[in-house]
Write a protein that binds this ligand. Structure first.
Ligand SMILES: Cc1cc2nc3c(=O)[nH]c(=O)nc-3n(C[C@H](O)[C@H](O)[C@H](O)COP(=O)(O)OP(=O)(O)OC[C@H]3O[C@@H](n4cnc5c(N)ncnc54)[C@H](O)[C@@H]3O)c2cc1C
Length: 310
């Protein structure tokens, strides 16, 4: 059995989600190949070749792959699928855009958001916003899987020496084209990769106060900033900071939830964090049920005090 993983990259470097996906793939099969598809992406292919456990890197180079359009990537993966027992993508926005197309083209069921591999055809995945875990088995010839990255440790980025094999790039489907891309620039760590996350909720009350209160704490801790959906919907924080069922799934070493009630949809995105600290003025707030450390206090007094103490 051999697994094929779609690498996430910016042509030069690999995204950390790929490392987690490789660990999941190694639980499915001993042989793990990585597809690095893009334009001028030899740098990323070389990085993939060094990852411990990777046995081959497929390097597809072409203009059709430059913008990482899901239609073209799905065609590329499908064209290579013969002989593979598993095709894995990270359950990121990118992977979730590509994998269902691959499953549809191969006419197999997708197994989504896998958090544990029991054996090559049996997997665990959370359902009902993480309130239950389903064990699912697939008899499909090829299993198309998205991997919840927080469920698997990152593979070691060095130590491997896999061969890099060139494969032809698919022609563009012509169905979609990249019109523009706006990259949010930040000196902070990326939310899903950060070791520490400071998240704010509706209680912050405005975008100005969100920044004023939480930025100094995040700066002191070297943390990424996150938010509840209520805070995002109210315009206090940007959309890509949302943590939860319909936002990002994070599992940092430390998650600080400030003025967040702890609705199940929020917990679904952060309850696997190693240490959870909650600051909330309501002793009954459900966030305290998952918190390792809870501070029942007014955040507008407690957070500045914490910043001073740090
Ligand atoms: C289909 C669906 C998907 C969803 N997906 C998500 C998701 O991905 N992520 C997400 O977060 N939510 C999601 N939600 C919304 C979720 O149900 C909650 O509405 C939301 O998480 C609440 O955000 P909050 O905790 O910031 O606000 P609230 O629930 O209003 O909580 C605010 C908290 O702040 C506390 N507080 C108020 N003032 C202070 C103060 N001065 N000091 C300290 N504490 C204070 C209050 O006691 C309260 O606990 C989803 C909902 C649905 C239906």
């Amino acid at each position: 059995m051999t697994s094929l993983i779609l690498a996430e990259h910016d042509n030069g470097t690999l995204k950390v989600a790929t490392l987690h996906t490789i660990t999941a793939a190694l639980a499915c099969s001993a042989d793990v190949h990585v597809l690095v598809a893009g334009a001028d992406c030899l740098g990323a292919a070389k990085a993939a070749a060094q990852i411990s456990g990777v046995t081959k890197v497929l390097h597809a180079e072409g203009e059709s792959l430059a913008d990482q359009l899901a239609e073209n990537l799905a065609a590329q993966l499908t064209g290579l699928a013969t002989g593979y027992s598993h095709i894995l993508c990270a359950a990121t926005a990118h992977g979730k855009n590509v994998a269902p197309r691959v499953a549809a083209l191969l006419d197999v069921a997708q197994i989504s958001d896998v958090t544990r591999v029991i054996d090559a055809e049996t997997f665990e995945r959370p359902i009902y916003a993480g309130n239950a875990v389903a064990t699912v088995q697939s008899a499909d010839m090829v299993k198309v899987i998205t991997v919840r990255t927080t469920g698997f440790d990152a593979a070691t980025a060095c130590g491997g020496s896999a061969p890099i094999v060139s494969v032809s790039a698919v022609a563009s489907s012509g169905k979609s084209a990249l019109v523009s891309r706006e990259l949010s620039k930040s000196d902070r760590p990326e939310l899903t990769a950060a070791k520490i996350v400071v998240s704010g909720g509706r209680a912050l009350g405005s975008a100005e106060r969100f920044t004023e209160v939480l930025t100094p704490l995040a700066d002191k801790l070297g943390a990424a900033l996150g938010a509840s959906r209520a805070a995002v919907d109210a315009g206090y924080a940007p959309n890509d900071w949302q943590v939860g069922q319909t936002g990002k799934i994070v599992a940092p070493q430390l998650y600080v939830a400030v003025g967040i009630s702890g609705a199940i949809q929020h917990l679904a995105g952060m309850k696997d964090s190693k240490v959870i600290v909650a600051i909330n003025k309501d002793a009954e707030a459900p966030i305290f049920e998952v918190a390792d450390y809870g501070l029942e206090a007014d955040l507008f007094a407690a957070v500045p005090e914490l910043v001073r103490a740090l």
